[in-house]
Ligand binder design. Structure first.
Ligand code: BDR
Ligand code: CA
Length: 321
């Protein structure tokens, strides 16, 4: 049986790879792509999502809903210095393509209510849309089967600041509300998990490039700007927190160690905005989330290799590839 899911995304670089997982893993039944303000300009993120669906040969099959264009209470913060435009300068003819008319928050609420307890959400951007959905409909939390969140660090370093990971930093109020809401939530953190176990070094990148498929060429291009940035900051390869989050929902056997934590997010701190406090039981706090601590890195890489080796036919020519 396939897994019905929605991917809530700020589509750039690894968000594109996560969409490929959702679009092409035979275990996945991707019902919608919902867009949230994050990595790069909102409209560019939408272009990146369409481009990704096109390379997968699934353009116009999965609806793209436009969500919140800014965080709940703060101005948007971009990661264009990390990701460029998020798609390696690739483009396509977009004539005739339309996004869904319903707002992403309404779509999330509606789709969860239509199949209570069946739908999972993979949230790989700031949690603005998810927080809005739970504010809008008190039964949203119970209607969602499971929420997989990429964000925070588990007693490790941040990336946008020393304390905070980007997704939680951009909308800390939303992240705080989500962890207080009572979802069945699984967290894929930046440090140490992503930094230690979901970085593809040159040898792995070469194996992907050698596939020679439209998908592998696309992968190489969308990851190029981030790879350059990562190397400048001392990370030896491309980082894959978002595609890992999607893969863990669909292939739970890729998780080797998952522990219960109490997760809360700092909204008041000056130097610690967006810091995720992950308490492991000694602080007297009830666990409210599962945090992934170890994965099968080789299995994850093999899974992506399999997805990227599929000989898809893009629906429209990819300009620049
Ligand atoms: C997260 O921030 C974004 O730049 C990535 O897409 C990922 O979701 C990592 O901190
Ligand atoms: Ca993301």
């Amino acid at each position: 049986m396939t897994t019905p899911l929605i991917i809530d995304t700020d589509t750039a670089q690894d968000d594109c790879v996560a969409l490929l997982v959702g679009l092409l893993d035979p275990e996945a039944d991707l019902r919608a792509i919902t867009m949230v303000a994050g990595n790069v300009g909102f409209d560019q993120q939408v272009r990146n999502a369409f481009l990704t669906a096109n390379v997968a040969g699934r353009l116009d099959e999965v609806p793209v809903y436009l969500g919140c264009r800014s965080p709940l209470v703060r101005p948007w913060v971009s990661a264009e210095n990390v990701h460029g435009d998020g798609s390696g300068g690739l483009d396509m003819d977009r004539s005739g393509l339309t996004t869904a008319s319903e707002h992403a928050v309404d779509a999330l609420v509606r789709m969860a209510a239509e199949s209570p307890g069946a739908l999972s959400i993979v949230a790989i951007g700031p949690l603005t849309n998810i927080a809005m959905a739970l504010a809008k409909d008190p039964s949203f939390v119970a209607n969602v089967k499971s929420l997989y969140v990429m964000g925070g660090s588990n007693n490790g370093r941040g990336n946008i600041t020393a304390a905070a990971e980007f997704n939680f930093y951009v909308d800390p109020e939303a992240a705080k509300a989500v962890f207080a809401a009572g979802f069945d939530v699984t967290v894929v953190p930046w440090d140490p998990l992503t930094l230690r176990q979901a970085v593809f070094d040159q040898e792995r990148l070469d194996r992907i490039a050698a596939l020679g498929t439209p998908l592998s060429d696309f992968f190489t291009r969308v990851c190029a700007a981030t790879l350059e940035f990562d190397r400048r900051v001392g990370i030896d390869g491309t980082t894959h927190p978002d595609s890992l989050t999607a893969a863990l929902l669909l292939r739970p056997e890729l998780a080797r160690k998952v522990s219960r934590y109490h997760v809360d997010v700092e909204t008041a701190g000056e130097l610690t905005r967006g810091y995720a406090a992950m308490s492991w039981g000694v602080h007297g706090l009830e666990p409210n989330a599962r945090v992934v601590e170890e994965i099968d890195t080789e299995g994850f890489f093999d899974h992506l290799l399999k997805v990227l080796s599929r000989p898809t036919e893009p629906n429209r020519p990819i300009l620049g590839l």
